[in-house]
Design a protein around this ligand. Structure first.
Ligand SMILES: Cc1cc2nc3c(=O)[nH]c(=O)nc-3n(C[C@H](O)[C@H](O)[C@H](O)COP(=O)(O)OP(=O)(O)OC[C@H]3O[C@@H](n4cnc5c(N)ncnc54)[C@H](O)[C@@H]3O)c2cc1C
Length: 357
């Protein structure tokens, strides 16, 4: 049996390890702290259409190709573990002023023009769907094909499925990829990937996020993902069985994962501008993580050598892009390149960074 080492046990590494084991590889996953990185911290939106913007064609198409795989992937997770990961069926981006409303029309026209379905809603239609949003919400863009998942349930289920499929999980940090004895190696160390392969242009992008718990008598959480821009900052609310996840700040701070007062203050203020009821929720958790950022917001999935495959750089969309990443990596391990993932080939940076290999 051929041996595979997966370095990094976030959502990407766990999912690759699981599916590779199911297809006949003898898999060892190495991570000193499985599921402790960005995959644990994240919000769980699967929102490539709502995040579409003119000019970002490749990011839209990569995300949409992964979104299309999510129903099958989630069904596979449920079949293996009994766990259902979805927490919402659709995503609504709301406008608080005329400039926001104009931006929503731009997204609707551009994304709609590429064959994806989005609907503009007026004030009354928004009120009907989400009666507890702020009265200042004047319009919205509804993406009825964009669900959300509970990322913590997902990583726990992926670990369970991986171990059931025979993956050996070792609580070890890897210092050198080339010293691993396995036939093939997948580098899935998230924001830390460039410490193991310095030519990869992956950097940490800090994000702070809150988990709010519902209390008796308080306005229920929105039924769908709510996204908005408040004071120029993006904010989103993702429903959970017991409350709401409010995210997320985004700025460059190296590998710092301290939660700042300013980050918490801005998230609460911005979320309250959209959903006034959150003031009565319990502030259950504030956390921060490092997104594995890439220069063009596409991941880096492809061969680094005959023995090493990169699966990293997923930035702010690493939950969304798990299913496509898994299919692309399984393809590469079998000697094939998946056409929908070609845009993520790390070799696209080979001229600017002096050679990836
Ligand atoms: C605040 C926030 C909100 C987000 N919200 C969303 C969202 O709503 N939707 C979405 O799609 N994405 C979201 N993301 C992005 C998403 O979380 C990431 O893109 C994704 O988790 C990346 O997964 P990963 O497995 O590559 O990395 P990680 O989950 O960070 O896992 C990397 C793993 O590698 C291990 N590792 C590191 N170095 C080594 C080493 N030398 N040896 C062995 N193991 C090592 C670490 O311990 C870690 O467990 C969000 C991220 C943040 C921070």
């Amino acid at each position: 049996m051929r041996t595979l080492a997966v370095v990094g046990g976030g959502a990407i590494g766990l999912a690759v390890a699981w599916r590779a084991a199911e297809t006949g590889w003898s898999v060892t996953l190495l991570d000193p702290a499985v599921a402790s990185g960005a995959s644990w911290v994240a919000g769980g939106m699967l929102a490539p259409l709502s995040e579409g913007w003119p000019g970002e064609d490749r990011v839209l198409e990569f995300g949409a190709a992964s979104l299309a795989r999510w129903p099958d992937f989630a069904a596979r997770v449920t079949a293996a573990t009994g766990v259902s990961v979805f927490v919402a069926d659709e995503t609504m981006t709301v406008a608080l002023d005329a400039a926001d409303a104009a931006d929503l029309r731009t997204v609707a026209d551009w994304v709609g023009g590429r064959g994806h379905e989005l609907h503009l809603l007026d004030r009354a239609a928004v009120r009907e769907k989400e009666p507890n949003l702020a009265r200042t919400v004047r319009a919205a863009l509804l993406a009825s094909a964009e669900p959300a998942i509970d990322n913590r349930k997902l990583v726990a289920a992926l670990r369970q499925a991986a171990e059931a499929a025979g993956v050996v999980v070792r609580a070890e940090s890897v210092d050198s990829l080339t010293e691993l004895p396995h036939d093939q190696i997948v580098l899935a160390a998230g924001a830390a990937s460039a410490t193991l392969w310095p030519e990869l242009p992956v950097r940490p992008v800090k994000g702070e996020i809150l988990r709010l718990r519902h209390r008796p008598g308080v306005a229920p959480a929105p039924r769908r993902v709510i996204r908005a821009r408040v004071h120029g900052r993006a904010v989103y609310l993702v429903p959970r069985a017991d409350g709401i996840v409010v995210g997320a700040t985004q700025y460059e701070a190296g590998f710092d994962t301290a939660v700042t007062v300013a980050g918490v203050r801005d998230l609460i203020a911005d979320a309250e501008a959209v959903f006034p009821g959150i003031g009565e929720y319990e502030l259950a958790e504030a956390s921060a993580g490092s997104r594995p950022g890439s220069p063009d917001n596409l991941p880096l999935i492809g061969r680094l050598t005959d023995r090493i495959v990169a699966a990293t750089g997923h930035g702010r969309n690493g939950m969304l892009t798990v299913p496509l990443t898994v299919d692309a990596v399984l393809g590469l391990l079998g000697g094939a390149v998946l056409s929908e993932a070609e845009a993520a080939d790390p070799q696209r940076f080979s001229t600017t960074v002096g050679g990836i290999r």
